[in-house]
Design a protein around this ligand. Structure first.
Ligand code: AMP
Ligand code: MG
Length: 487
């Protein structure tokens, strides 16, 4: 275990120089106070969880203090936003403080979001509000606990600094951790500005630090791109299987590591709705729940375009062709497991598709359906769940197919079935209304609800005593919360 002043820095991205990022000092927040910290994220830095309670912790992660070995930098990138190219983006309100490596030899970027204005702030104030910082913190740690690749979050620090959005709010900072903060948009920036030398440097940097095994391949860059395609296919398969809606899949929000990145108006589905749009500003539904799958490929094509100086177009096309079959294989594998199946049959995809079609417009809670399905034998579970469906006759037909399929899958006791299914079907997910309750309390100065919700979401598959209220469907007011992009 380390004390706060014992972190070891090795700022590899900062060393790429001024073409890639700009030195900027964090602009401190007034009266910093700890809102919540993640013990699991602290462990990634070998930090003793107790140090989160010390005053210096809040000072470090609100811009008042800095390690001598840190090198705060705002990164430059660009990207496709809602399909159109934005030539100049960058860290407008976040700073890469530095890279820390832990005892296991892993490097973690320390990125402070809400740290003030940078050369890339455009019209913004460089700040993040408490509401959005709490949402990013909870989502990062909750996705990780579900087994969905994501950037992590160390803590949220609140303050008394006023920040203007639709109304006056308070500024906060969230400390984000990831092995890299490089986005698809980094490659696009150097490609479209025709900075060929720097683009080659960036590609070498990513290959050496994040895809070293691809060096062994005859075409290392192609191998790296394939790996990025594979990781994205797997990540998006997990989003779809667990009902996660990202909301702003612009290429500047897509990580080169295939981890969920840059949380804005995200949501987990409550009632199943394939066409759900979680982003209030997404009028066309470009990033609707079901569109996430083709948009994943669209984004990879945008990255492929930026990699044309290194890889032939034919090879890039071939690698892009891997995306959909890989996505489908991962998705089906997960959905089989969510249904409690241990074997694979040709027609399993139809079983999944029919179920989702029945759920559509039925008002069935997506998460609880699978949890309840595993509570008891297939026959008992479907008999209990049928009342939730509008098309009960349709559900009965599905249930017969499902029971027959479960029978062919093998003979398992109810106990074995429950253990296996509960291990993949969460009881607790980050529902928008739960986040909203915790945020309302935090805005009134009570952080205990954020902390409790975080704690519950770190063990989403385990039934926790006294936490029934976190496993409930949303009340009416919490069903159609509109989350704007403003954060
Ligand atoms: P986002 O929608 O959070 O992914 O942000 C898109 C771009 O806008 C990024 O370049 C951000 O750094 C920038 N940005 C977002 N909010 C602010 C803000 N309050 N101040 C300055 N820049 C911002
Ligand atoms: Mg972003």
């Amino acid at each position: 275990m380390k004390a706060l002043d014992e972190l070891t820095f090795d700022n590899r991205f900062a060393r790429l120089g001024d073409a890639f990022s700009t030195h900027v000092l964090p602009d401190p927040l007034d009266e910093p106070r700890l809102v919540v910290a993640s013990d699991a994220a602290m462990a990634l830095l070998d930090l003793d969880p107790a140090v989160a309670q010390t005053p210096v912790f809040a000072e470090l992660f609100s811009g008042h203090k800095l390690w001598e070995a840190a090198e705060p930098r705002a990164m430059v990138y660009s990207g496709h936003q809602f399909g159109g190219y934005s030539p100049q983006l960058g860290d407008g309100r976040g700073l890469l403080l530095g890279e820390v490596y832990n005892a296991a030899g892993e490097h973690w970027d320390l990125h402070l979001k809400g740290a003030g204005m940078t050369p890339y702030s455009r019209m913004g104030d460089g700040r993040a509000v408490l509401r959005s910082s709490i949402r990013e913190f909870l989502a990062s740690e909750a996705l990780h606990a579900l087994g969905i690749p994501s950037s992590r979050a160390l803590c949220v620090i609140g303050s008394s600094t006023p920040v203007w959005r639709e109304k006056q709010e308070r500024g906060a900072m969230v400390l984000r951790l990831a092995p890299s903060h490089i986005r698809f948009g980094h490659f696009e920036y150097f490609y479209y500005t025709k900075k060929h030398e720097q683009q080659a440097e960036l590609a070498e940097h990513v290959l050496n630090l994040h895809y070293p095994e691809c060096r062994e391949q005859p075409e290392p860059y192609l191998a790296m791109f394939r790996e990025i395609v594979e990781r994205n296919a797997e990540m998006i398969a997990k989003w779809q299987a667990y009902g996660f809606c990202h909301g702003v899949m612009n290429t500047d929000n897509m990580s080169i590591l295939g981890i969920t990145f840059d949380f804005g108006p995200f949501a987990f589905l409550d009632d199943f709705d394939a066409h759900f749009i979680c982003n209030h500003s997404d009028h066309e539904g470009r990033y609707s729940f079901s569109n996430q799958v083709p948009i994943g490929q669209w984004n990879l094509s945008a990255l492929a375009q930026a990699l044309t100086p290194f890889i032939s177009v034919d090879a890039l096309k071939e690698a892009l062709g891997l995306y959909l079959p890989l996505y489908q294989a991962h998705y089906l594998d997960l959905m089989r497991r969510r249904l409690g199946l241990t074997t694979a049959e040709e027609d399993d995809h139809k079983l999944v598709e029919r179920l989702l079609a029945l759920m559509q417009n039925s008002g069935v809670d997506y998460t609880l359906f699978f949890r309840r399905l595993g509570d008891e034998s297939a026959a008992l579970a479907v008999a209990r769940l049928r009342d939730d469906f509008v098309d009960m006759a349709g559900f009965d037909t599905w249930a017969d197919l499902y029971k027959a399929r479960v029978a062919r899958d093998g003979a398992y006791s109810e106990e074995q079935r429950r253990a296996r299914m509960h291990a993949v079907n969460p009881l607790y997910i980050l529902r928008n209304y739960l986040a909203q309750n915790a945020i309302a309390a935090a805005e009134a100065g009570d952080y205990s609800e954020v902390q409790r919700l975080h704690e519950v979401l770190t063990k989403p598959f385990e039934e926790q005593a006294g936490m029934e209220q976190y496993a409930q469907r949303p009340p009416d007011w919490g069903k159609h919360l509109e989350i704007s992009c403003s954060s």
